[in-house]
Design a protein around this ligand. Sequence first.
Ligand code: HEM
Length: 388
Amino acid sequence: MLAADPADGLCRRTTKAVLRFVEERTRLLSLTVFLSSKPVPFDLNWAYTLGSVSLFLFVNQLVTGVLLALYYRPAVSEAYESVRFIEEEVTFGWLVRQLHAWGANLMILALCLHMARVWWYGSYKKPRELNWLVGFCLFLLTLTFGFTGYLLPWDQLSYWASKVGTEIPGAVPVVGAYILKAMRGGEEITGATLGRFYAIHTLVLPAITVSLVFIHLAMMRLHGITPLPGREDSRKVPFFPHHVLKDAVSIYCTLAIIYFLVVVCPWKLHEKADPLVTPEGVKPEWYFLWTYQYIKYFPQQMGAVSGKVVGILSSGLFFALLALFPFLDRGDERRPAKRKLILGIGFLALAFVLAMTVLGFICETEHTILGTHFKFDILGIPEVVKKP
Ligand code: HEM
């Protein structure tokens, strides 16, 4: 029999001593064990991995964001050139920028799907109402990340889309002018806007989001994950490695999708921003497009108030209803087949948002469909320009 290596024993004792030192002072190890050892039903499906996919995408944003910040310069005279430098000169800079840009879009999509899963299985019901609310705040924060980050490259599209985007809250009566000034740091989009968007994007939002993600996960751990409706008595298995393996497969697929997008349709850097040249067809990003399009259908004036204001307030109401959804749908029933009304309303809302998004994309463009050439006006209504 071989004698035990004394160096081995020393190594093990030192590791143990270091871990005990950290544990006694921070309780970090107990917290990690607490968060990762929760038992989960063995039959959770793939939709239950969407929260972890969102978490992975958020970590991707943090890591790539820090790397970008090493080279990015938030000044009107340097922002565009610094992004170009990252794309063309920095080793793997293009990859980091692409992962950040595509990661942001996929994170918003993953969050929408995660929300849809929670909504479909009624996982927002008692006692998880507050966790839905925390999640909803995370969703709003992620949209704000998208809005503030979009301006940073300081190219034509980002400049004009931010101008249009800041005009929307600016139209709210009484407080609108103040909101607009606070957002822009003045009347127009200038270096002051760039500076505050950068500070919010890189300092304020990450700090609040990280804190809320911790609260979200701790609350999820506290109540345990909701079992599939009707399968409340399913056998429980440890979270690690059973569910973690499933999460890992979904995360791996997400990585494959990001790399596919990065290679096949890289995120473009357009011409440098020029405040004197308005490009044609400026539109906000896809996740804001439905609100932007929806507001257009209101007439100029509706009685004493402007139609735009009614549009803005009613889309605000839509978000408020979504946030308060668990407090409106209060029954215990979670089986989708028994919640036809609620799910029906949800599907109608989803169809409306999708329709507005499609109209938003198609408006102010020209397309040839089955040989006929159409021009779509500002409302997305087609006009035949040339027949076959
Ligand atoms: C940065 C954003 C977010 C992250 C990282 C995140 C992460 C997670 C994770 C890992 C889980 C457990 C596994 C799963 O259900 O997939 C979870 C559960 C949950 N999430 Fe999120 N989430 C986020 C945003 C949201 C949003 C936007 C909502 C809804 C408005 C939401 C509502 C919930 C609820 C109610 C649960 C408990 C579900 C249950 O017990 O079955 N989360 N989240």
